[in-house]
Ligand binder design. Structure first.
Ligand code: FES
Length: 154
């Protein structure tokens, strides 16, 4: 049988070390929390106003879907229009067809102007405002809708 030569830890020393450890853990958690405020985890949404290029770069009859955007840009003889590609039922992205738009999720059908042809979508696809930015590029604003049939002319 061996006999320990270390002095036993006194109860008072043990409680003091436990209190110090708890205090340091609380300080570390507080500092970590404060530092995390400087680096928010939220990623900013892309702006709902964005440029799509110069009007002169669009041929009449051309349709574009800007990369990363859920909108179709049409250049028709009447002017430019931007139609949302987001189905008004539950938000799926519609596909463009020769006869308009079809939602792959539940089968809603829209005419070439985004008007509702077949449900369950409760409303037509909205048209967004188009304007010209100071640098001459066309500017789409998904935060502002216009009445269907409102073409933008340069
Ligand atoms: S989300 Fe388009 S029909 Fe349901």
């Amino acid at each position: 049988m061996s006999v320990s030569t270390d002095p036993p830890v006194k109860r008072r020393d043990f409680l003091g070390l436990a209190a110090l450890g708890s205090f340091l853990a609380a300080v570390a958690a507080s500092v970590g929390g404060m530092l995390s405020l400087a680096f928010p985890r939220a990623f900013p949404e892309p702006s709902r106003r964005y440029k799509i290029g110069l009007a002169a770069d669009f041929r009449v009859g051309e349709v574009r879907r800007p990369e990363g955007r859920n909108v179709f840009i049409f250049h028709r003889p009447e002017g430019f229009l931007a139609i949302s590609a987001v189905c008004t039922h539950l938000g799926c992205i519609v596909n463009r067809t020769p006869r308009g738009f079809v939602c792959p999720c539940h089968g809603s059908v829209f005419d070439p102007n985004g008007g509702g042809v077949q449900g369950p979508a409760p409303s037509p696809l909205p048209w967004y405002e188009i304007s010209v930015a100071p640098d001459g590029q066309l500017l789409v604003d998904e935060g502002r809708t216009v009445s269907p049939g409102t073409y933008f002319q340069v």
